[in-house]
Ligand binder design. Sequence first.
Ligand code: CP
Length: 305
Amino acid sequence: MKRHLISAGDLTKDDALLILDTAEELARVSERSIKKLPTLRGRTVVNLFFEDSTRTRISFEAAAKRLSADVINFSAKGSSVSKGESLKDTALTLEAMGADAVVIRHSASGAPHRLATWVRGSVVNAGDGTHEHPTQALLDAFSMRRRLGSLEGRKVTIVGDVLHSRVARSNVLLLNTLGAEVTLVAPPTLLPVSVGTWPCEVSYDLDAVLPKSDAVMMLRVQKERMNAAYFPSEREYSRRYGLDRERFAKMPDEAIVMHPGPMNRGMEIAAEVADSARSTIVEQVANGVTIRMAVLYLLLGGETA
Ligand code: CP
């Protein structure tokens, strides 16, 4: 593996399988009453969050602590960022405190890439703007593999606000590497212009794609990133692209429903579908800790740790 994890596209199939297999080993530790390993004792992980997060921030912290690393949590709110301190100066300040790895979430696409040119430690992208969220794609692949087995030839449908979704981009790249066949379903206004170059199919007809899907991943409609009207109304969006009970019934019996969270219940996904036994949404959160343990372990501890 490379020193940093910035894009899911940087992972070879061997890299991705090594992370998933390592996570499988580490999941066994998470099932023990004492969940801690000494692997990263004496190492420092900095969580640098310039954008809100619940799942990613907490799971990186839990992952680093379970590996016995020292953890420094930085949130832009309440920091000297409000006095105009730049990303570079913030990063160098934290590095001076001895960071071996910096986990960064930022609203600007490309911020982790830039950060990697300034710091000596490993940089892990925890979501940058509308660009990528590679550990989300890894935990999604891990969750799918646990329910469905090998992803080779599996049909994965990703539905909704692809335009603003770093989760969709990272998933398309990783799932393609792992041999799955991805179809994106969205209104034309919520697809990026470059989607024709992505390694996936595109459809505007959710009802036609659902019966052929092994996994259906619903995306959050990211109203906070929308600066224009991308669809006539929430009701209309939900009618065409929401996963309600009737649509859920069109999926094969073994097919699973996924969502990276946070969800708009009742808009892109009905509450009863989100809470059904075939939903992996809560598992995805638990698997997030395991995958982030594997990533930190492989970046900082390596196979020899
Ligand atoms: N899925 C995800 O990235 O969630 P958070 O924004 O809560 O971290």
